[in-house]
Write a protein that binds this ligand. Structure first.
Ligand code: AMP
Ligand code: MG
Length: 332
């Protein structure tokens, strides 16, 4: 949840429900899922279809949560973790594919994105309960288990094997984006649904008809003053995903640590306040937003500028605002 408004960069989707075509119905529901605030909007030919679409989206997100949660001891993800260093675990194709794609992002980002960061779970706490630095030996010991190359996939058996005991995976950096994509896909293919928006705790994707104006308008708030916005983006069939350190962080000796772990060191990242990624796919956007945090502004921007159709906006700790080469942020 976005609690610290001082550092808030929030993405406000304008779901002006007076559709261009007055016959369209636009409905919205807010619901807590995957530990975050989800907001689902459907623009449809009538109220019944709109609500039906929203409910289908919610069912889909709930299903995904069950599959990828590492809190639920009975999930397939937990089973993989419980068998680290022991044996491969057969999983659903869907989970297998998500892990496969996660590894591809690890490769693309030189290991900045790594779902095996989760071996650090329990060492760093970003809920305000930690008052001193964790023991450095504990950090270096646990960080030895972070390595996406030790997540072994067997495409024939559909199994996942974490090579070393002590390894653990978690989808905190990609799961909400994935869920947003999947909920959208379910809603989109329903007859009578013309457009919509799924906002998964600040990670959002929109499609189709909105209402007015032509495109969905996403406001980007000013991190130093939540009542002002930096500008806005007009998006069509696009995801806008933000990773921010305003949600969860750790402060020590005047230094602010984000809730994102640098796999190279096992320490949380510093220097960046938020990263917003704009691209057609919410899962990719989610994973890349986290990656840019780890890579830092220079390397992060260099990566994004090389990727066609993917843009980013970085806000540094000292409030510098840096956009990628082709970002079309509108200003007042
Ligand atoms: P996000 O808000 O999308 O940037 O995701 C942050 C969450 O991703 C954290 O709370 C962790 O669960 C997880 N995470 C932290 N560091 C990494 C990393 N280097 N690679 C992948 N996931 C990470
Ligand atoms: Mg992410």
């Amino acid at each position: 949840m976005k609690t610290n408004f001082l550092f808030l960069i929030f993405l406000l989707a304008f779901t002006q429900c007076k559709a261009n075509n007055q016959l369209l119905s636009a409905q919205k529901k807010v619901v807590k899922l995957m530990g975050s605030r989800f907001e689902l909007t459907a623009v449809a030919e009538n109220d019944t279809i709109a609500w039906d679409a929203i409910n289908k989206g919610i069912v889909e997100i709930t299903r995904i949560e069950k599959l990828i949660s590492s809190w639920d001891a009975n999930s397939q993800t937990s089973l993989i973790n419980q068998n680290a260093g022991v044996k491969p675990v057969r999983v659903d194709k869907e989970l297998y594919d998500l892990i496969f794609r996660s590894k591809k992002i690890s490769k693309l980002t030189n290991g900045a994105f790594d779902i095996s960061f989760a071996s650090m779970d329990g060492i760093w706490k970003f809920d305000g309960s930690m008052t001193t630095m964790p023991n450095s030996l504990e950090i270096s010991t646990a960080s030895q288990f972070i390595n996406w190359k030790n997540i072994v996939l067997d495409s024939e058996a559909n199994t996942v094997f974490l090579k070393k005991k002590g390894m653990k995976i978690g989808f905190g950096a990609i799961g909400k984006g994935y869920a947003a994509n999947k909920a959208m896909a379910k809603m989109k293919k329903m007859k009578g649904v013309r457009g919509g928006l799924v906002n998964a705790g600040g990670d959002l994707i929109s499609w189709g008809e909105n209402s007015h104006p032509d495109a969905w308008t996403i406001k980007i708030a000013n991190p130093t003053d939540k009542n002002k916005s930096l500008g806005w983006l007009n998006i069509d069939d696009m995801a806008v995903v933000t990773s921010g350190d305003y949600e969860r962080f750790f402060e020590y000796n005047g230094k602010r640590y984000a809730h994102i772990i640098d796999p190279r060191t096992g320490y949380p990242t510093t220097g960046i306040k938020s990263v917003t990624i704009v691209c057609p796919d919410a899962e990719v956007a989610d994973a890349l937003a986290t990656s840019v945090f780890v890579l830092g502004q220079l390397e992060g921007l260099e990566l994004i500028n090389q990727l066609v159709g993917i843009e980013c906006l970085i806000i540094t700790d000292d409030n510098k605002i840096i956009g990628s080469e082709r970002l079309k942020l509108r200003h007042y």
